[in-house]
Design a protein around this ligand. Structure first.
Ligand SMILES: CCCCCCCC/C=C\CCCC(=O)SCCNC(=O)CCNC(=O)[C@H](O)C(C)(C)COP(=O)(O)OP(=O)(O)OC[C@H]1O[C@@H](n2cnc3c(N)ncnc32)[C@H](O)[C@@H]1OP(=O)(O)O
Ligand SMILES: Cc1cc2nc3c(=O)[nH]c(=O)nc-3n(C[C@H](O)[C@H](O)[C@H](O)COP(=O)(O)OP(=O)(O)OC[C@H]3O[C@@H](n4cnc5c(N)ncnc54)[C@H](O)[C@@H]3O)c2cc1C
Length: 607
């Protein structure tokens, strides 16, 4: 019935202050603001073009271009990836050749694989590209740099001479990413003034002299680092959206279990449903909190870079790359699991889940393929370990590697299931697992004469070690979050339950790592799982309130299954009747194609 809250009985069970939990979830940034930007981003791509100009352009160039971009007087596309190269930025083929006679760069796509391919907004709407191309001076290749290139007339939007642009076509399903005009672009000797090479980091003089950057060349990758830390926050939003839908629906849906006319069982009360759903609920909160930490770490990096302090740049790269990889994989897989948790109705477009999945899953690829990103983390870990011998004391997220010797001797002292509720017990186990996996890789690497050959040969193990490292970061940041002052009745307690679920679910999922590195015994693994089951029972009465705390409107969720009032069935039915197929009783084509078959006489019992 309209106006009735079918989930009121669930909300009345809450054992904590939901208003405070909403504030904890919203944190320092408005979730709507960023996620809406993500949604708008699917339609346009100013979110990279502008940061890239800030990161790579001189003050003078920023003064010229930023006002135009900010006021949408020009529409930019971050045009880096090509048909033949995306992950390998140093492999890009587009060239920008300096012509001293005219003080210009000539941009050209020398091969088909040099065609720019995928950049958002490029296909139909962008008027300008921040094109990444190999800088060539006097036949010498100085590597990939950024160039501002006008693509279309600002009068009639027609493409300019030497520019061939197109959309790359439909993408995955009918998802909203098809509102994004990811495009292709070929340059045929397009000339731009020299001052349209972004010259904050390195310059080309009028005489054609290359002035190399006096800062780490990787700062030219700064926009990717910026977006990756944003993507971690978006992962928490996308996953929490799916968890909200599937949790509310799990409380509404009843299936089996009726005795003597009693109501059937709510599927949220099945232990299998809880074992699938509650770790995702905990993961949404875990990712939200690690994104908060990562954002503050990134802001600290920016301040340091202003002061030419590059000391945390390697760690910032490793953390943004690794956490982008882990959190987008968890969110993408989690959204699909939430669809399955809703049974058949989860497959309906009106559930909101297929669309959310179709829009979200490329996050595992864009801004750095997730495996390629974890390999970057692995390189960082191996380098950190290699420097231990020279007395280099790791700090920050790799500080535990400074205690590697001690961690190699670690054995968990868990005796009872409730021992696994102690944050220090959990952190020690995760540190030991990560340290032993990385140390084992480093040891195996040392057996190879050529370190690069070793790295390739061991890359699958290295990815697992990098994963363990990133999961340790997320667990640690969740624990640190709860060491802050958090007011409100029962709020910190509930977050403590979610923190333990997140950690013990990972321990259970990766029990092979913990056993094979001899960090815990099978019995201790069993106790962790025992504790996990008990924790699910503690979350159960608070589940609806915990997803209410995401504070998403029905409009934002756009899901019949995830409605705040739980009034699912009438709305499912109502929504179905909006489908154009139901405008007529007899479907188009029936008379032409189906009816003749039905009317066909039977011949000897055969049609
Ligand atoms: C505001 C946005 C809101 C949210 C938006 C969400 C929606 C977004 C939707 C769509 C946008 C998608 C846009 C894109 O996809 S843009 C294109 C993205 N492309 C990539 O991410 C390419 C990935 N590849 C790379 O980043 C690099 O090629 C690489 C894999 C890192 C390798 O680079 P390279 O070969 O130069 O470097 P090496 O591996 O040899 O390493 C050399 C040393 O450099 C260090 N390094 C590498 N990268 C960085 C970095 N970014 N920062 C700092 N340091 C870096 C590396 O660690 C090595 O260091 P060492 O000490 O070992 O020498
Ligand atoms: C929706 C969407 C939007 C995008 N928007 C933009 C944009 O606005 N601007 C832009 O420039 N680009 C954009 N891209 C492109 C995107 O950045 C690239 O697709 C991404 O960086 C992955 O690179 P790739 O396609 O070359 O993958 P590849 O690297 O070719 O990946 C293919 C496989 O090879 C594996 N692999 C690659 N290298 C290694 C290695 N060294 N070791 C082990 N395995 C390896 C990968 O793990 C993967 O399994 C977008 C892509 C998508 C899907």
């Amino acid at each position: 019935m309209e106006g009735v809250d079918h989930l009121a009985h669930e909300r009345n069970k809450a054992q904590f202050d939901v208003a405070v939990m909403k504030a904890v979830w919203a944190g320092s940034r408005d979730a709507y603001e960023l996620f809406h930007r993500f949604s708008r981003l699917v339609a346009n791509d100013p979110e990279m073009f502008i940061p890239a100009i800030k990161a790579q352009a001189t003050e003078e160039q920023q003064k010229q271009w930023l006002p135009l971009a900010n006021k949408m007087k020009i529409i930019g596309s971050y045009t880096q990836t090509e048909l033949g190269h995306g992950s390998n930025v140093r492999g890009l083929e587009t060239t920008a050749t300096f012509d001293p006679k005219t003080d210009e760069f000539v941009l050209n796509s020398p091969t088909l694989t040099a065609t720019k391919w995928w950049p958002g907004g490029l296909g139909k709407i962008a008027t300008h590209a921040l094109a990444h191309a190999r800088l060539i001076i006097d036949d010498k290749d100085y590597g990939v740099h950024g160039f501002l290139v006008q693509l279309r007339s600002l009068d009639d939007h027609l493409t300019l001479p030497g520019i061939t642009i197109g959309d790359i076509g439909m993408k995955y399903g009918s998802g909203a990413y098809n509102t994004m005009d990811n495009g292709s672009l070929i340059f045929d000797h397009v000339r731009i003034p020299r001052n349209q090479m972004l010259m904050r980091l390195s310059q080309v003089t009028r005489e054609g002299k290359y002035v190399p950057s006096n800062v780490p060349r990787q700062l030219s990758y700064g926009t990717m680092v910026y977006v990756r830390q944003k993507i971690v926050f978006d992962a928490s939003i996308a996953l929490s959206r799916a968890v909200c839908i599937s949790t509310r629906y799990s409380a509404v849906r009843r299936q089996f279990g009726s005795h003597n006319g009693s109501p059937e069982t709510q599927v949220i009360d099945y232990k299998t449903q809880q074992a699938r759903l509650f770790p995702l609920l905990a993961s949404a909160y875990a990712i939200r909190f690690v994104s908060e930490w990562l954002n503050s770490f990134y802001k600290d990096l920016l301040q340091r870079l202003e002061a030419k302090d590059f000391s945390t740049l390697p760690e910032a790269h490793a953390c943004t790359a690794g956490l982008k990889s882990i959190t987008t994989s968890v969110a993408a897989d989690g959204i699909e699991e939430c669809r399955k948790l809703c049974g058949g109705h989860g497959y309906l477009t009106s559930s909101g889940l297929p669309e959310l999945s179709a829009v979200y899953i490329p996050a595992c690829t864009y801004e750095g393929d997730n495996v390629v990103m974890l390999l970057q983390v692995a390189r960082y870990l191996m380098k950190t370990i290699s420097q231990l011998k020279s007395g280099n004391k790791p700090v920050g997220t790799t500080a535990y590697l400074g205690r590697a010797e001690q961690l190699m001797q670690y054995h968990s002292d868990v005796l009872r299931a409730e021992d696994w509720l102690k944050p220090n017990v959990v952190v020690e186990a995760f540190e030991a697992r990560a340290a032993r996996m990385s140390m084992a890789c480093a040891q195996n690497l040392s057996k190879f004469n050529n370190p690069e050959d070793g790295f390739q040969e061991l890359s699958a193990d290295l990815v697992e070690a990098a994963t363990a490292h990133c999961q340790l970061i997320i667990v640690s940041k969740f624990i640190e979050k709860l060491q802050q002052d958090i007011p409100g009745k029962g709020v910190k307690e509930q977050l403590g339950v979610l923190r333990s679920i997140y950690a013990l679910f990972l321990l259970h999922k990766h029990i092979g790592d913990f056993l094979s590195t001899d960090c815990i015994t099978p019995k201790q693994g069993y106790l962790a799982n025992e504790q996990l089951r008990s924790l699910y029972s503690q979350v159960r009465p608070n589940a609806i309130a915990l997803v209410d705390a995401f504070n998403y409107t029905d409009h934002f969720l756009s899901s019949v299954l995830g409605r705040y009032d739980g009034n699912v069935y009438p709305k499912l039915y109502e929504e179905a009747w909006k489908d154009p197929l139901n405008d007529t009783s007899i479907p188009d084509g029936f008379h032409e194609y189906v009816q003749p078959m039905l009317k066909q006489p039977l011949h000897h019992g055969r049609l």
